[in-house]
Design a protein. Structure first.
Length: 198
């Protein structure tokens, strides 16, 4: 005997997305039939028949995707609006809500046609790297070293390059008298170990 799989839906004015929870469903064995007033889902001993649907759909524009946990069925509505219920019954007959676009409300239209490009630009601007002017704790290390390097004398520049290179980036010194005595040892941070690669 066929069992009815657990299912739920959400909708927009143009489309209703139905999730049928059928974990591990084999895409080759899933059968979904669309008619203007119904949708039928079958897989093994599981069957879900929604007839008559609350509103009419366009079978050609409707589709589905079989996932690991659920099968997502996308129903393209023929008439814009909210169904509220999946199937029609005497109580639900009057429950279809008109489309916000059809209602002609200026505020609804503004909300519906949100400029997502502008929103993403604002987010990206907010996420940009903070400068020292914006945040006193933000430091651009490359810029800081570059500015420091430009204002040093030749011995200090030589000391910086020698200490940084020989220590594998673990030491940075501007004291040429100390650095010129020999190879600058590698000093990894506490709790870390230096390894030579290659």
């Amino acid at each position: 005997m066929a069992t009815t799989p657990r299912h739920e839906f959400y909708e927009t004015d143009e489309r209703l997305t139905l999730s049928v929870f059928d974990k591990g469903a084999n895409p080759d064995e899933v059968s979904i039939k669309f008619t203007p007033t119904s949708v039928t889902y079958e897989h093994g001993d599981k069957k879900l028949e929604l007839d008559p649907l609350m509103g009419e759909i366009d079978p050609e524009a409707s589709a589905y995707t079989v996932g690991k946990v659920k099968v997502e069925i996308r129903l393209a509505k023929k008439t814009q609006g909210r169904w509220v219920y999946l199937v029609r019954s005497p109580e639900s007959e009057a429950k279809i809500l008109p489309s916000t676009a059809a209602a002609g409300s200026t505020t609804a239209n503004k909300r519906q046609h949100k400029n997502w490009e502008k929103v993403s630009d604002q987010i990206l601007k907010a996420d940009k790297e903070k400068t020292l002017t914006d945040d006193p704790n933000a430091v651009d290390s490359n810029k800081a070293f570059s500015e420091l390097f430009q204002h040093l004398d030749e011995d200090a520049k030589r000391a910086m390059l020698k200490s940084y290179t020989e220590s594998g980036g673990t030491t940075l010194s501007t004291d040429w008298e100390d650095v010129k005595k020999g190879t600058v040892p590698i000093r990894p941070p506490d709790g870390q170990e230096w390894k030579q690669w290659g």
